[in-house]
Design a protein around this ligand. Structure first.
Ligand SMILES: [Zn+2]
Ligand SMILES: [Zn+2]
Length: 314
């Protein structure tokens, strides 16, 4: 039942990411911080069709194809008033903290968190708007643009999408991976250079974006950035990952952390809709809800892609 200002969405597609795997294995930092506990229904990368409206919701939403923001601020504190609901102290996070997610046949969400999906965005891409929003934010924080060289660390979903957005913004993008396994995929997302642990990148870049969960990488990223450049941190390690702040000062660096996709959702939809970014190759394997537990346990192969999708209609 949708309450006032809420809608029910029939889920067409939901993605599983590293955060979901960490929810399933109780490794997410929010557990240790006492912010979350079981039961949790995951699913923060989803798309679907609005099937029921709560009181006060514009009837125009019925039947709309949508995706939604994960971050739900309280709506009345100073941070929410300033448009920073994604860091609201009393926020909920759909599928992560205090709000049941989209890994289900239906999900209940606030209408204020919804984004309409144009026809040009199919269900697969629709459920990739959330990771795309993270990629757009990371590429924007790197100030990717013509004449800029950007190094993206990690060829996972966020690294590849950051590469695609930064390339679309006009930058020359290189990827730094552990091995050559994703080189072809990286090139298809726009990378013009590909480096590995054995063959590390030479010189410096105008911006370095760390999309890994390797605790050594934040310091390694600092060592690869051009003085007065930008370092963007979006990957999270399971243990503290230390950097030397003297490197930031002496390099006159700008360091940016990215939490969530919120401000990137609308731009990601635009980039997908007009074809500047095509996220399709992120997902090669789609299974039904009956295989969701195995997917959350990491037992379903992503194939040539980086992410498994769940189709509740299967
Ligand atoms: Zn995710
Ligand atoms: Zn708030």
């Amino acid at each position: 039942m949708a309450g006032p200002g809420q809608v029910v969405v029939d889920v067409r597609r939901a993605g599983i990411c590293g955060t979901d795997v960490e929810l399933f294995s109780e490794k997410l930092a929010y557990f240790a911080q006492g912010r979350i506990g079981y039961p949790i229904r995951p699913g923060h990368e989803w798309c679907g069709v609005v099937s029921a409206l709560g009181e006060g919701v514009d009837p125009g939403w019925l039947g709309a194809r949508v995706t939604g923001d994960t971050m739900l601020g309280c709506g009345h504190c100073a941070r929410c008033a300033a448009g920073r609901g994604h860091v609201c102290e009393d926020r909920r996070e759909v599928g992560i903290m205090g709000w049941a997610g989209g890994l289900a046949e239906q999900v209940l969400v606030r209408v204020s968190s919804l984004y309409r999906l144009p026809d040009a965005i199919d269900d697969k891409a629709g459920a990739l708007v959330e990771p795309g929003g993270n990629g757009w934010r990371a590429a924007s924080a790197a100030q990717a643009g013509p004449g800029k060289r950007v190094l993206v660390c990690g060829p996972g979903t966020i690294g590849l999408l950051t590469t695609a957005f930064a390339t679309a913004m006009g930058a020359e993008v290189h990827i730094w991976a552990l091995d050559r396994g994703r080189e072809e995929l990286a090139i298809s997302f726009g990378a013009s250079g590909y480096w590995t642990a054995d063959d590390p990148p030479l010189g410096t870049y105008d911006a370095v974006v760390d999309c890994t969960d390797d605790q050594r990488m934040p310091a390694a990223a600092l060592a690869r950035v051009e003085p007065a450049g930008r370092v963007v941190y979006i990957g999270i390690a399971g243990v503290p990952s230390l950097i030397d702040s003297r490197d930031v000062i002496l390099g006159d660096l700008t360091v940016v952390g990215i939490l969530g996709a919120s401000a990137g959702l609308a731009p990601a939809i635009e980039y997908y809709a007009d074809g500047r970014v095509d996220p399709a190759r992120i997902v090669e394997v789609t299974v039904g809800l009956d295989e969701a537990a195995e997917a959350l346990a990491g037992k379903v192969s992503t194939g040539a892609g980086t992410k498994v999708h769940i189709d509740p209609g299967r």
